[in-house]
Design a protein around this ligand. Sequence first.
Ligand code: CO8
Length: 259
Amino acid sequence: MKLNTIIYEKRDAFAYITFNRPKVLNAINREMLDDLARITDDLRRDEGIRAIIVTGAGKAFIAGADIAAMRDFTAAEGREFNLYVQQQINNLENLPVPVICAINGYALGGGLELALACDIRIIAQDAKIGLPEVALGIFPGGGGTQRLPRLINNGYAKYYIYTGEHIPAQRAYELGIVQEVTGSGDLTGRAQEIADKIAKQGPIAVRMAKRVINEGANLGLRPSIVFDSEAYATTFATEDRITGMTAFLNKTKANFQNR
Ligand code: CO8
């Protein structure tokens, strides 16, 4: 797969997505969205992948959508680009296996919005995140107005969206936006440790858990519980369920077969 704006690698049971336009702090343009679409399309079909790690090349994660490209858009082009951003962020969110976002530097605007669609976020101690779009006369249109208030206290979400203030790593952790702060040099290693741990679990169980959590979030409690029990029954019918429970009782490690 030839990509110009993203480095895409697979090793063992893992996929690595590295946004790679470092001269503009990995700002998102149409080409990057095209590349991301091809990657998510590939990942949706790959049953061997157990976890995905997303990060940025150079000193930023993603400093937002490409302002230079957006400035000259007509209103119609702006709307079309916005829908394309949302679609690709949704595609990332809906990948069947967990996506770990390793925030290595600025994750701003569309960059944070993309990070919010990942399953787990960890951040380097010197990184900063934020939704500064109001300074540009727009607001966070990549899903940030919806995902951030669902993740953290509504008042804090509004504070950061209305002021556009950057959020330092430690504060992002206190607010619950990220799950862990690491030393700058430890970020990718820690992301890999989390991925390794996920890969040791029952693969069908992890995929199903992700589906139930994500789909359930869009439903009311009662339908989501029904959906949950149907998915649970599917998992209970797998060979992996027998393998996992037998390994526990035999005090051995489960060798899951993904079936
Ligand atoms: N777009 C285009 N170029 C960018 C962007 C960006 N978002 N961010 C940085 N760059 C460029 C700079 O222009 C600069 O280029 P050059 O070297 O040619 O001058 C280069 O990257 C390095 O940046 P700085 O010199 O500014 O680096 P600093 O370390 O001084 O500052 C900051 C880093 C604080 C990250 C600063 O670059 C900044 O504030 N960037 C913009 C952040 C921002 O406003 N992001 C929101 C963008 S809008 C958005 O994301 C909308 C999402 C909604 C999705 C729907 C789309 C319609």
